[in-house]
Design a protein around this ligand. Sequence first.
Ligand SMILES: Nc1ncnc2c1ncn2[C@@H]1O[C@H](COP(=O)(O)OP(=O)(O)OP(=O)(O)O)[C@@H](O)[C@H]1O
Length: 242
Amino acid sequence: MSNNNVIKVKDLTKMFGDFIAVNAINFEVKKGEIFGFLGANGAGKTTAIKMLIGISHPTSGNATIAGFDIYKNTEDIKKNIGYMSQKFALYDDLTVRENITFFGGIYGLSRKRIKEKSTTLIKELGLEDVSKNLVGSLPLGWKQKIAFSVALLHDPKIVFLDEPTGGVDPITRRQFWEMIYKAAHQGTTIFVTTHYMDEAEYCDRVSIMVNGKIEALNTPKKLKSQFNVESMNDVFLNLARG
Ligand SMILES: Nc1ncnc2c1ncn2[C@@H]1O[C@H](COP(=O)(O)OP(=O)(O)OP(=O)(O)O)[C@@H](O)[C@H]1O
């Protein structure tokens, strides 16, 4: 195993009673890689992510995140990762700047650093005119772009994105992915779930989970050639149909 692998997962399993939600999954993710974690609804993606970020205890198996053990080093994991999802991102009743300040505080950044980061971030996102507006008043796509930047505030080694672009229009999704590429280019590892197959094409490698198991894992190009199809959508349909 190379030291370049910032996520290492070995036989990771989660059971709820007799039901196996995540069934002995294995994979590794490299520094700066964009890793797509795909699967139909209920395949086990969120359950797996919860174990990887140290908020759910596995039934069995192992994993390390940025070198930290998911059983023993959950606090270190939290300091070294960012997280955002479609369901939880920012506080609607705080302004853009207040959200940045709030999350910066949670991540342990100094007041000075928070101020610097807010100014740069608001400028980079072109949000100068709305920085004092409540986040709840902004379009969903803007919120998700701000939420992604906020998830990167503390310069995490890995960022976990659970359906970050759900419900966002195609143009804004494309802009969101430009932000993902930029972060990955700067060395941040991106672990992303999505139901949009065009987004699967943007990933360096993609795993596809079916009923708790990883049934395929490779680059989009190799997956398409393996299944002898033209698109990731067809790869996905082949696997989901079983
Ligand atoms: N706390 C729980 N107790 C019992 N079953 C659970 C629990 N959490 C998840 N499950 C079940 O585990 C399976 C996997 O759920 P999970 O949320 O991980 O899927 P998912 O791939 O993230 O789906 P989606 O794309 O809909 O978010 C589902 O059948 C779900 O009902």
